[in-house]
Design a protein around this ligand. Structure first.
Ligand code: C2E
Ligand code: MG
Ligand code: MG
Length: 444
């Protein structure tokens, strides 16, 4: 029998072990209630000082008791260990995951940006925990019910937040389990609506719910058709037509705007080919680009590829980028526009006059067209300042040899005024609203 002691360290190791045990749950190794309370207190003080929000989630497994009672504690224990593991993997390292006891867990997101972020994390936890578990030779399900309270709006101290998250957790159980709920009802509604919109939008393309509408652009000189702008619409099964003003920003945030952008371009190119084949004289179509699409280093090649694959001529297509998008990343915008021009595509600056570009910048951008923003058209011809802006934009464009399209032309008075100023093209409800392809054909 041989034993080896290392005397001086035994005490410290034992002390460390004790301290660890005092603050951790021995089954899952997660922080225990004591550790949770002290860390939540610290996080709250920090949030208060820095004016941050914090989210507290209480997570309860829906049928843990049945599993424990019917299959035995050792199976229940192992399930809890796997749940703990999945919970830790669902959040960032800086978030706090703890086990309060039994099948009750908590997650704290310090410095959460918004309720929506908390909702996204809750949704991720929910789907991660809801997947099946393998424990010995059993396949088990342990879906979670999650209640969320937010600091400071749902409570200023740990006790209130915990109580309110608990109440929200019971609301999640009452709503049918395997879901999450915010304590605040209005917050709940907003978060649920937004998450539903996100998941619907992710599937919209695959379900053929996207559509392009076309709005004519008219030559001021002879009222002939100069072209059309392609505008995205989402035909939602329950909500009807959804405006791009609502869903484009969501698509940008979700990182799926490139797919939508590709689809819009491909569809516009396909439509132009079909119109040509039917002898419909649409000289060109303008497609909008999102600034998020600039992140693709091969954007110009990709655009060219899509147009060529559709069998369309590059001269038929124009790409619109908004002035504010160009200003967000000026170097990138110059580079992209150059590449597009080199490939024989035309480029227009959209919403011009609202994006604070410098004249120096404007001269370096290789543009074909300026689109005078409709906010300067609305009050014409009565507003003297808008008349001055419109006149200045037209003469600037003339000097730079760019064509001008006036957006949002709604009245004959505006049409007359803009034509007299020397605008090349006019677009607006006066001629037609954006129309589905078939109606646009009839209109032409
Ligand atoms: P935009 O490119 O400036 O498009 C012009 C908007 O003005 C369109 O709104 C059009 O319906 C509206 N409009 C046209 N004439 C008039 C008028 O006489 N009066 C008024 N009050 N409004 C008029 P829409 O179709 O709702 O599109 C809004 C914005 O969504 C577009 O602004 C564009 O920035 C974006 N968008 C649309 N389709 C796409 C797309 O395929 N890709 C990207 N990235 N953005 C798109
Ligand atoms: Mg546009
Ligand atoms: Mg515009």
């Amino acid at each position: 029998y041989v034993a080896n002691f290392s005397e001086p360290d035994a005490d410290t190791e034992a002390a460390e072990r004790l301290a660890y045990l005092a603050y951790h749950d021995p089954l899952t190794n997660l922080p225990n209630r004591l550790a949770f309370e002290s860390q939540l207190g610290q996080a709250l003080r920090l949030c208060e000082r820095e004016n941050h929000q914090l989210a507290l989630m209480v997570i309860d497994l829906d049928n843990f008791k049945t599993i424990n009672d019917t299959l035995g504690h050792h199976i229940g224990d192992e399930l809890l260990q796997q749940v703990a593991q999945r919970l830790s993997e669902s959040v960032r390292g800086s978030d706090l995951v703890a086990r309060l006891g039994g099948d009750e867990f908590v997650v704290v997101l310090p410095e959460v940006e918004s309720a929506l972020t908390a909702a996204r994390v809750a949704s991720k936890i929910q789907s991660n925990l809801a997947d099946s578990y393998r424990v010995t030779d059993h396949v088990l399900y342990a879906t979670p019910s999650i209640g969320i309270s937010l600091f400071p709006i749902d409570g200023g101290d740990a006790g209130t937040l915990l109580r309110n998250a608990d109440a929200a957790m019971y609301a999640a159980k009452a709503a049918g389990r395997n879901t999450f709920r915010f304590y605040d009802e209005a917050m709940n509604r907003r978060a649920m609506q937004r998450l539903a919109l996100e998941s619907d939008l992710r599937r919209a393309l695959g379900r053929n719910q996207l559509e392009l509408f076309y709005q004519p652009q008219i030559r001021a000189a002879d009222n002939g058709l100069a072209g059309a702008e392609a505008l995205l619409r989402w035909r939602h099964p329950e909500r009807g037509l959804v405006s791009p003003v609502e869903f484009i920003p969501v698509a940008e945030e979700l990182g799926i705007i490139a797919e939508l952008g590709d689809w819009a371009l491909q569809e516009a190119a396909r439509q132009m080919v079909a119109w040509r084949q039917h002898g419909l004289p649409v000289p060109r179509v303008a497609v909008n680009l999102s600034p998020r699409q600039f992140d693709d280093p091969d954007l110009a090649d990709r655009i060219e590829g899509i147009i060529t694959a559709a069998g369309a001529d590059k001269a038929w297509l124009e790409l619109e980028i908004t002035e504010s998008a160009a200003m967000q990343q000026p170097e990138r915008a110059i580079q992209i526009l150059r590449q597009l021009r080199q490939r024989g595509l035309q480029v227009a600056m959209d919403d011009f006059g609202t994006g604070h570009s410098s004249l120096a910048m404007l001269c370096t951008l290789p543009l074909n067209v300026l689109k005078l923003d409709r906010s300067f058209v609305q009050q014409l011809p009565d507003s003297e300042t808008d008349a001055a802006v419109a006149g200045a934009v037209v003469s600037l464009a003339r000097q730079l040899r760019l064509a001008v399209v006036a957006e949002g032309v709604e009245t004959p008075g505006q049409q007359q005024f803009l034509a007299d100023l020397g605008c090349d093209m006019l677009q607006g409800y006066l001629y037609a609203r954006p129309l589905p392809a078939a109606e646009f054909e009839a209109w032409v």
